[in-house]
Design a protein around this ligand. Structure first.
Ligand code: NAD
Ligand code: 0WE
Length: 261
């Protein structure tokens, strides 16, 4: 029997078949969850619908998380279709491209607000909108990156946003605990997706990551999907407010190990 049998999951942030959200969707489908998928805007519809079909999901809803109305609307649609929901996955991050290069001190007020709004506030907004229809035993999951705790050159305002996202995960865990709902984050190692494709120096950074990490293995969307299954299922019933690293162990290293090949 699948680990998510009898549970309904809504996944936010599917753009294409490289998205971390796609790794999560496939793993959840394998474990028997009933699925709902949400994407950002009209332009992504033709990419997302065939993917939804592949996993037998017929709840596909547009939701631009910068709009309160969209968040309200998707929660309403989910309530109409499913009644209650068990799992919500937030796999959304965005900053203006210009803010992801050069000195962090050059971050504009507008760029700061945008990154915080899309990458952090949206998790809080979604949590509030879904609160009335979440089942006890449910789980909220967000996606973060190590640039929240240590400096990742050029990650800049996104690093600050991820720090706020991780803090939000802890505050939400405290809010939702009495309702029997857990809130956790997954901190994934670098993965080539739409959001990392355009990043200059990504390839060499990725190589340095594999060299430094104890497991010396790249992280894939299926690895993140499997970790999300754990955090969404009753297998993690007493874990909340945590950041779970899925990074081949990279974050434990302080100094590169030059003694091994
Ligand atoms: P992705 O581009 O496939 O996913 C990002 C998603 O955010 C896209 O689906 C995009 O449509 C969505 N989005 C942006 N603005 C939105 C809006 N206004 N409303 C709704 N959705 C919006 O890239 P990804 O790498 O799969 O990113 C998913 C999450 O994982 C992000 O939070 C990212 O920061 C995080 N993450 C990525 C990596 C990596 O190396 N790729 C590592 C760690 C964490
Ligand atoms: O969280 C992310 C992706 C963040 C991201 C990327 C983009 C590029 C395209 C947010 N917004 C945008 N906006 C765009 O217009 N990652 C963890 C992947 C990532 O992004 C980086 C990285 C890594 C790793 C940016 C700079 C340095 C390293």
């Amino acid at each position: 029997m699948g680990l998510l049998e009898g549970k309904t999951a809504l996944i936010f942030g599917l753009a294409n078949n490289r998205s971390i959200a796609w790794g999560v969707t496939q793993a959840f489908a394998r474990e028997g969850a009933t699925l709902g998928i949400s994407y950002a805007g009209e332009a992504l519809k033709r990419r997302v619908e065939p993917l939804a079909e592949k996993v037998g999901c017929d709840f596909v809803a547009e939701c631009d998380v910068s709009k309160d109305e969209d968040i309200e609307a998707v929660a309403k649609k989910a309530a109409e279709r499913f009644g209650k929901v068990d799992i919500l996955v937030h796999s959304i991050g965005f900053a203006d491209r210009n803010e992801l290069q050069g000195e962090y001190y050059n971050t504009s007020r507008k760029g700061f607000h945008l990154a915080m709004d899309i990458s952090v506030y949206s998790f809080v907004g979604l949590a509030r909108a879904f609160q009335p229809i979440l089942n006890p035993g449910g789980a909220l999951i967000s996606m973060t990156y190590y640039g929240s705790v240590k400096v990742a050159p050029n990650y800049n305002v996104m690093g600050v946003a991820k720090a706020a996202l991780e803090a939000s995960t802890r505050y939400l865990a405290n809010d939702f605990g009495p309702q029997g709902i857990r809130v956790n984050a997954i901190s994934a190692g670098p993965i080539r997706t739409l959001a990392s494709a355009g990043v200059s120096g990504f390839k060499s950074m990725h190589k340095a990551f594999v060299d430094m990490a104890p497991l010396h293995q790249p992280v894939g969307i299926e690895d993140v999907g499997n970790a999300a299954v754990f955090l969404a299922s009753d297998m993690s019933a007493r874990t909340t407010g945590e950041v779970l690293y899925v990074d081949s162990g990279y974050n434990i290293m302080g100094v590169p190990d030059v003694s091994k090949g």
